[in-house]
Design a protein around this ligand. Structure first.
Ligand code: NAD
Ligand code: MN
Length: 358
């Protein structure tokens, strides 16, 4: 029996609700498969922990995660703590020391889900966004001086390093090569940001020579929002900076029907450290505790985690089960215009996993 050690961090708001649903579904996947088991350890880190201890996670928290095979993460963010404290104190405090430099966000329209784009029915939108996950405005370089005074100055330096850009562009080319269309779009803002973004463009052209079988093009990020909206079928794999891809992937999630569906993997592709899997959405405190959070993002995230663990049969079975359930509008949560609960969707997916015979 294969055993995988999972660290579960529900975090804040609906995070623990969707992670608990995801773990139930993963348990059903392991039982149905019969060849592996998940050994789950829970960590109560997040905003409640912060209110008690003054930190989002204990000292050396990221190091405690090193011995796991994967991390399954909910969301962070509380209405009464500044967002930069929760983000830097937990999510980035895990991603950065564990060098999870490739953030991978598949986007497509699942069966039964309607895109807000009236000309898009499904097959026209099938993307993977690769977000650089360690540099740019998130490198932590910058500061604020003369706070509150008329001469106040604040900076967030978008820092890029050659090795940091090479590794993410190369990862994106490899991913593009593994997909049927072998198509990559490199997004920058090299007209205005004339240092770091021009280096991105230069490195993209250099790395492209290693991948003559991949067709690639460049887009400025503002024009990219138009292309995603008006010509989604012209895109496949997309790579962009930490900040640009953060924004583009929320747009992508909305175009694919709901933020509540979209998954993410924070990968260390060399597998020197554990990777972290999380739904894209935040803690959604407007719906916390109501039992109506859409758990599909957390399930699709679980599919990515199973693939990473090498459990490809279980991953495929879970994805099919999720698609069977999204195809039924009576099992749509309110964000999709339905009135199903988290629990109803979760139980339906568990039943579908048990019934999948592939
Ligand atoms: P959000 O993703 O939490 O919510 C945006 C909107 O989408 C809300 O109306 C919410 O109800 C809805 N929504 C999100 N996920 C849903 C789901 N699974 N089912 C149904 N509806 C869903 O973003 P926000 O409102 O901008 O931020 C709330 C908090 O989350 C903030 O503190 C923010 O910093 C944090 N945040 C955290 C992460 C993360 O942990 N990775 C990501 C984004 C935002
Ligand atoms: Mn985001």
């Amino acid at each position: 029996m294969r055993k995988h050690k999972i660290a579960a961090i529900g975090g804040d708001g609906i995070g623990p609700e969707v992670i608990s649903a995801g773990l139930d579904v993963l348990d059903a996947c392991a039982k149905r498969d019969g060849g592996f088991a998940l050994e789950v350890t829970h960590f109560d880190w997040g905003s409640d922990y912060y209110k008690k201890h003054g930190v989002m996670m204990p000292d050396g928290g990221a190091d405690k995660l090193r011995s796991f095979d994967a991390i399954y993460f909910g969301a962070v963010g509380a209405p009464d703590i500044p967002d930069h404290v929760t983000l830097w104190g937990l999510r980035l405090a895990i991603c950065q020391p564990l060098d999870q430099y490739a953030n991978v966000r598949p986007t497509r329209i699942l069966p039964g889900i309607t895109s807000p784009l009236r000309h898009v029915t499904g097959p026209e939108l099938d993307w993977v966004i690769v977000r650089e996950n360690s540099e740019g405005e998130y490198a932590g370089v910058g500061g604020r001086v003369h706070k509150g005074l008329p001469e106040e100055v604040a900076t967030d330096v978008a820092m890029f390093t050659r090795p940091g850009v090479i590794r993410i562009i190369r990862y994106a080319f490899e991913l593009a090569r593994s997909r049927p269309r072998k198509l990559l779009t490199v997004v920058t803002k090299s007209n205005a940001q004339r240092h770091g973004m021009v280096m991105w463009d230069d490195i993209a052209a250099e790395v492209a020579r290693e991948f003559p079988d991949v067709t690639w093009d460049k887009m400025l990020v503002d024009a990219m929002t138009m292309r995603m909206t008006l010509r989604p079928q012209t895109l496949d794999t997309i790579v962009a900076t930490n900040l640009h891809a953060d924004i583009l992937s929320d747009l992508a999630a909305a175009l694919a029907g709901s933020l509540g569906i979209a998954p993410t993997a924070n990968l260390n592709p060399e597998r020197k450290t554990p990777s972290m899997f999380e739904p894209i959405h935040g803690s959604a405190f407007d719906i916390t505790g109501k039992g109506i959070a859409n758990p599909v993002g957390s399930f699709w995230t679980a599919v990515m985690m199973l693939e990473h663990l090498g459990e490809n049969a279980a991953a495929a079975r879970l994805m099919k089960a999720v698609e069977r359930v999204t195809a039924d509008p009576s099992l749509h949560t309110p964000d999709l215009g339905g009135n199903a609960t988290t629990k109803q969707v979760t139980e339906a997916v568990m039943r579908a996993v048990e019934a999948e015979n592939e």
